[in-house]
Design a binder for this molecule. Structure first.
Ligand code: GTR
Length: 356
């Protein structure tokens, strides 16, 4: 039934004759998604430095430590700083950790039940996306210092980074810092985000192989969800409301999904053979849970061809509650609204315990 739906929606297979050499095909897919959708960074940075500030209060009943860290990214003479927050359970062994790209810099936050996460033995490195670059197109670049540095002396091209790409870059800088911490396990680094930041987590997972797992919570349009035949938000809606999230090339697909030289299952597949997790909420019709699910199914093909267990599911559309944790593509559809809830976090931690 599912392959029939994909056929009816004209969703192409991500696996082609060149895919047997998966690493080179994967690079080609990444190039394509960057050129047509998320964009390329206009400049590389040359180093990262940081200063740590320990929190002067007891955190999580004294079972974890918390600190604010200011990361400074250097581009030659210029530099840009943003804060990240490290919450780390006390443990004799190295702990697995999440890099959470968040909407606020609160710890805890409504999307970050940090005490429960630390009690389960996970650390969290979090930051607020607006501290990296604001969620709008700045008319006055001085108000957006990172973008000002990135584009200084460069004429913006249609393939240059939109904000999602820049937030994903920042997740990698948070990871650079995390990997300097003795207490964290470099083999168990997971990137996570909700909604627009779920799209961002997938892009970060695609681009940075140090992330062993990328988690997309309710990312929907231009995130996990297949665009062809999608209900709810369309490419036209998203590029009109949030043109700055993408590179300018993406505008040309507004109302022209059939012309996309890819679909969003390419984004999930570009994480293979590493792990990817897609979560949906039943009432989140704007994101379109069915299209997110179909994307898992369609990208599962790559894992199977690589001899790995990809997406293990029933051959039908999902109905909440539905949880599929067997394969390298994890999935759940829970009841309720668009939100990064405790229930979502608990499913992620269950999945991770099973696979890592
Ligand atoms: C919506 C947008 C979605 C989703 C969401 C969010 O308005 O249409 O694509 O990303 O915002 O990030 O909260």
């Amino acid at each position: 039934m599912l392959s029939r739906i994909l056929q009816d929606r004209n969703v192409m297979s991500v696996w082609d004759e060149k895919s047997a050499k998966w690493e080179s095909r994967r690079k080609e897919i990444i190039e394509l998604l960057c050129r047509e959708e998320y964009g390329f960074m206009p400049k590389e940075h040359d180093k990262l430095t940081w200063t740590e500030e320990a929190a002067p209060y007891t955190f999580c009943a004294g079972r974890a430590t918390h600190k604010k860290v200011t990361l400074t990214v250097h581009f030659g003479e210029a530099s840009f700083s943003f804060p990240v927050y490290a919450s780390i359970p006390k443990s004799k062994e190295k702990v697995p950790f999440f890099v959470l790209i968040n909407f606020r810099d609160n710890v805890p936050d409504r999307y970050l039940p940090v005490e429960e996460i630390c009690d389960h033995g996970y650390a969290v490195i979090s930051f607020c996306y607006n501290d990296v670059t604001m969620d709008k197109q700045a008319k006055d670049l001085e108000k957006d210092p990172l973008v000002e540095i990135l584009f200084r002396g460069i004429e913006k091209q249609p393939y240059h980074a939109g904000k999602i790409r820049i937030w994903a870059w920042a997740a990698s800088r948070a990871l650079d810092y995390a990997l300097t911490l003795e207490s964290l396990d470099p083999a168990r680094a997971f990137v996570i985000g909700h909604s627009r930041l779920g799209k961002t987590a997938l892009v970060a997972g695609m681009l940075d192989e140090r992330f062993a797992l990328a988690i997309s919570n309710d990312s929907g349009c231009s995130g996990a969800a297949i665009s062809r035949g999608k209900k709810g938000e369309s490419i036209r809606n998203i590029t009109e409301a949030f043109p700055h999230w993408f590179c300018n090339n993406y505008q040309k697909y507004a109302g022209k999904e059939a012309e996309l030289p890819f679909d969003q299952h390419y984004l999930l597949a570009a994480i293979a053979p590493r792990l990817v997790y897609v979560a949906s909420a039943e009432e989140d019709t704007w994101a379109d849970p069915d299209s997110e699910y179909l994307s898992c199914y369609a990208s599962g093909e790559v894992y199977s061809k690589l001899g790995l267990t990809g997406f293990v599911c029933e051959d039908r559309l999902p109905s909440a509650p539905e949880i599929y944790h067997e394969g390298r593509i994890g999935y759940h559809l829970r009841t309720g609204a668009h939100y990064l809830s405790r229930e979502d976090w608990n499913y992620y931690m269950d999945y991770i315990k099973k696979h890592f």
